[in-house]
Design a protein around this ligand. Structure first.
Ligand SMILES: [Zn+2]
Length: 384
C-alpha cells in the first residue's frame, strides 16, 4: 500500500516536473496536493537516483521563510531511442530525459521484421556516437508502428502497411539490443509524446490525430491514454462516412481513410488528371482556382470534420491536436475541416474546444516512440 502511494506520488511529481520544467518542493506540494513530507521523501529518492537535480542559483520566492531552491529533471541522466516506422519514411533518433532530440537518422524502407531488427541494431552505434553519449546510458527503446500493437505482449497483431501479422517485434528487438523495448501504434506514440513533452503537457483530456497516408487517432481521458477493450480505441480512419463509398483496405466501404487519407486523396487526384506528389501542390492548385483540386480538398476536410465532430461529442476533449504529416499547410483542407467541426458540434462546446493543426515531419513518429520508452521509465518505473 505504501509502495503504491509512493509510486503514485512519484508519478504526480514527475508529471509536474515535465510540465513546469523547474519547480520548488513547496510549489510541488501546492499543485499536487501532496504533503510536504511526502514531496520531500519522493524528491530525495529522485535526487539520490540522479533523475532530478537542484538548480544552483535558481530560487523561488516564498511568502514565508527562505527562498526555495528549484528542482529540474536531469536531462543527461539517461537517453531513449525512438524508431518511427512508416511506409513513406522511417526514422530513428536519440532523445534525452526532457524529450530533446540529440541525433536522428533515416532507416531503409521497411521489409521484414528481421530486417527492421537488423537495421535498428546497425544504426544504434553511429546514432549514439552522433549524439555524443555512451551507449550504456540508453535506458530504453520505443517503436512506433502503423498497425495494431498489443501493448502488453509486444506483438504487432496486424499491420496492413507492412503485411505483418502477430509479429513478436518487441522480443526480437530486445534479444538483439539487450535493452527494454516498448512498441506502440504510431498514433498512440504521437499522443504519448504530446502529453509527455509536447503541446498537451498540461492537458488531461485531448484527442491526438495523425494525418498521413491514412488517419490515426488516440485519446487521453483523465490524464491517461485510453486504449479501449482490445487496444483499438480511436480508429477514426475506419469510421464509415458513406456505406456506398469507395472500398477501404479494411474491407468496408466509405471509411474516413478513403475520403481524407493522404493516399486516397492523391489517388483520386491522379485519376482526375491532376497527379501531385505533395499535398502542398494540391493546395496551390486549389488556391489558383483548380476545380478538381478544390473539390477533393473540401470533401476531405468535410469528411475529417464530421468524424472529429462526432468524437468531440462523444469524448468532450479540451483540444484536438492534428499532426499534419502530409504537408497540407494552412489552406482549404484546414479551413473545410474547421468549418465542418464548427457546424456539427453543439454550440456550447465551440468555445471550449480548441482545434490545433501542427505541420510535422516524419521524425515526429520517432519522437513519439522515444516518449513511449521515456514514459515507461519515468511513469511506470520500467527501464534499465
Ligand atoms: Zn476502413
Amino acid at each position: 500500500m505504501i509502495d503504491e502511494q509512493n509510486n503514485s506520488a512519484r508519478r504526480m511529481i514527475l508529471q509536474k516536473m515535465m510540465q513546469k520544467g523547474e519547480i520548488s518542493r513547496a510549489a510541488l506540494s501546492a499543485i499536487t496536493g501532496l504533503s510536504r513530507s511526502t514531496v520531500t521523501e519522493v524528491v530525495q529518492s529522485l535526487l539520490d537516483a540522479g533523475i532530478l537535480h537542484e538548480r544552483p542559483g535558481a530560487y523561488e520566492e516564498q511568502r514565508r521563510g527562505r527562498p526555495a531552491i528549484r528542482l529540474a529533471l536531469c536531462a543527461s541522466y539517461g537517453y531513449f531511442v525512438g524508431v518511427g516506422l512508416s511506409e513513406v519514411r522511417s526514422t530513428m533518433l536519440v532523445s534525452d530525459l526532457r524529450g530533446r532530440t540529440l541525433a536522428e537518422c533515416d532507416l531503409p524502407p521497411v521489409t521484414t521484421p528481421e530486417e527492421v531488427v537488423a537495421q535498428v541494431g546497425r544504426a544504434i552505434k553511429p546514432l549514439t556516437r552522433a549524439a555524443k553519449i555512451a551507449s550504456g546510458s540508453i535506458l530504453g527503446l520505443g517503436l512506433a508502428i502503423p498497425g495494431i500493437v498489443d501493448h502488453g505482449s509486444g506483438l504487432c497483431r496486424f499491420s496492413a502497411a507492412f503485411g505483418w501479422r502477430d509479429v513478436p517485434i518487441v522480443d526480437l528487438l530486445r534479444r538483439r539490443l539487450g535493452l527494454p523495448v516498448f512498441a506502440s501504434n504510431d498514433a498512440d506514440a504521437v499522443a504519448v509524446g504530446q502529453r509527455l513533452f509536447g503541446a498537451a503537457r498540461t492537458m488531461e483530456n485531448f484527442a491526438s490525430i495523425l494525418l498521413g497516408r491514412t488517419i490515426g487517432c488516440s485519446h487521453y481521458i483523465g490524464g491517461r491514454l485510453y486504449r479501449g477493450h482490445a487496444g483499438s480505441a480511436g480508429e477514426i480512419g475506419h469510421m464509415t462516412l458513406d456505406p456506398h463509398g469507395a472500398p477501404c483496405r479494411c474491407g468496408k466501404r466509405g471509411c474516413l481513410d478513403t475520403v481524407a487519407g493522404g493516399l486516397a486523396i492523391r489517388e483520386k487526384a491522379q485519376a482526375a488528371g491532376c497527379a501531385v506528389e505533395q499535398m502542398s501542390e494540391l493546395e496551390r492548385l486549389a488556391a489558383d482556382g483548380h476545380r478538381t483540386a478544390a473539390d477533393l480538398l473540401r470533401a476531405a476536410g468535410e469528411g475529417l470534420g464530421l468524424a472529429i465532430a462526432a468524437l468531440v461529442q462523444i469524448n468532450n476533449p479540451e483540444t484536438v491536436l492534428l499532426a499534419d504529416l502530409e504537408g497540407f499547410g494552412n489552406g482549404l483542407f484546414y479551413a473545410a475541416t474547421r468549418q465542418t467541426i464548427e457546424n456539427n458540434i453543439l454550440p456550447r462546446l465551440l468555445p471550449s474546444t480548441q482545434i490545433v493543426f501542427q505541420p510535422v515531419e516524419y521524425g515526429f513518429l520517432a519522437c513519439g516512440a522515444a516518449s513511449v520508452a521515456a514514459q515507461a521509465f519515468l511513469m511506470e518505473g520500467n527501464g534499465k
